[in-house]
Design a protein around this ligand. Structure first.
Ligand SMILES: C[S@@+](CC[C@H](N)C(=O)[O-])C[C@H]1O[C@@H](n2cnc3c(N)ncnc32)[C@H](O)[C@@H]1O
Length: 348
């Protein structure tokens, strides 16, 4: 993915093309203002207030109790960012905003945008990471309950896009009844696989501090009939059970851990699965050796290093650990619908 300044007028085109513009000046301010304007728009209810139709800044400011002159500047930035359109001084939602920034919209992304207030704070530690090699461990240091809520809601919003891919591509043994969704949070991914393979049910292993919010999200998503929760820490073990697990799902969790921790987790998963059971890893793929640097994948890898002192891993990394843990039939699956992610599955 590339993400860059695009000229909108002939003078801008000439200036950019001729190299007259010092790009650090553009990159240092405009993306920040664009991002923060989006965050403010969500937090202050600007998009929701335009649901019924376009409005002038003054009217909107009165409705939301905001300063009209400042709001107009914000609305103009959001228009330049293609979330709003402006016609004769009235601002309305674009199709993108309607699809992503309203309650109940088909690709509701407000939880993720709200979590950005926390991500914004994480980024303050980037220079420390680079000096010391040590990043944060936010799953253990983040205290703010609201931040936990927006974090898990953001994960649910992403999972909505990926659930159909996993439901279709994760192999499930015949007569399977029990799926373990390790660090499953809202539970949507495991639930989608269970719905495809009834009467399988999902048990979600979650940190105690995440459980209440996660469970509320599962109720909201209408999947309480197929999921149940167990509190625990995957680094300490998988939940004890009388029957073996048929499927173990590790979605977007192994990038928070070190190679040694991941090997340890996969060994525990192997021990807990029944014969012929499946392990499925769904995560952002690390760039391959010799791959050209690329913003989407590399920004994610740097960000995970910052937030969890960890990184994204490659198919080769997962393959090695799965083999050492005793798994066989190791396969890698990629989907056009989730270009940064990949699925690695194997059986016992
Ligand atoms: C990035 S989210 C992924 C959620 C879900 N699997 C998905 O893909 O949407 C990571 C989740 O792992 C949980 N988690 C982090 N460390 C954990 C640990 N040591 N044991 C169990 N859960 C953990 C967090 O609370 C969080 O809900």
């Amino acid at each position: 993915m590339r993400y860059k300044a695009l000229p909108q007028s002939l003078p801008e085109r000439i200036a950019l093309w001729s190299g007259m513009v010092p790009m650090p000046l553009v990159d240092a301010l405009f993306p920040l203002v664009k991002t923060r304007a989006l965050m403010a728009g969500v937090r202050l209810g600007v998009f929701e207030a335009l649901r019924a139709g376009p409005a002038e800044a003054v009217t909107l400011a009165k409705r939301l109790g905001l300063d009209a002159e400042s709001l107009e500047l914000l609305l103009r930035v959001l228009t330049g960012s293609e979330y709003l359109v402006e016609r004769k001084g009235r601002f309305g939602l674009t199709g993108t905003a309607r699809k992503t920034l309203l309650t109940g919209s088909s690709q509701d992304s407000r939880g993720y945008v709200e979590f950005n207030y926390m991500q914004w704070q994480f980024l303050e530690s980037l220079e420390d990471l680079l000096r010391t090699g040590r990043g944060l461990d936010f799953h253990h240091t983040m205290e703010d309950v609201k931040a936990w809520e927006s974090y898990q809601r953001g994960m649910l919003e992403i999972a909505r896009l990926h659930a159909p891919i996993l439901a279709k591509r994760v192999p499930v043994p015949k007569n399977a009844r029990r799926l373990l969704d390790i660090a499953g949070s809202h539970g949507l991914l495991g639930a989608a696989i269970c719905r495809k393979h009834p009467p399988m049910r999902s048990t979600i292993l979650e940190l105690p501090r995440a459980r209440t919010i996660a469970e509320a999200l599962a109720r909201e998503a209408g999947i309480s009939d197929v999921v149940e929760y167990r509190e625990g820490n995957i680094l300490e073990g998988i939940p004890a059970s009388t029957e073996a697990w048929d499927v173990a799902l590790l979605a977007n969790i192994l990038h928070h851990f070190s190679p040694d921790q991941n090997l340890g987790i996969l060994r525990k998963v192997h021990a807990g699965l029944g014969a012929g059971g499946t392990v499925a890893i769904w995560d952002i793929e690390r760039h391959g050796e010799g791959d050209r640097p690329e913003l989407g994948r590399d920004a994610s890898a740097l960000f995970f290093r910052l937030t969890s002192t960890s990184k994204c891993y490659s198919a080769r990394d997962y393959g090695e650990w799965l083999e050492k843990a005793g798994f066989r039939s190791i396969r890698t699956v990629r989907s056009m619908l989730a270009p940064l992610h990949f699925l690695v599955h194997a059986s016992k």
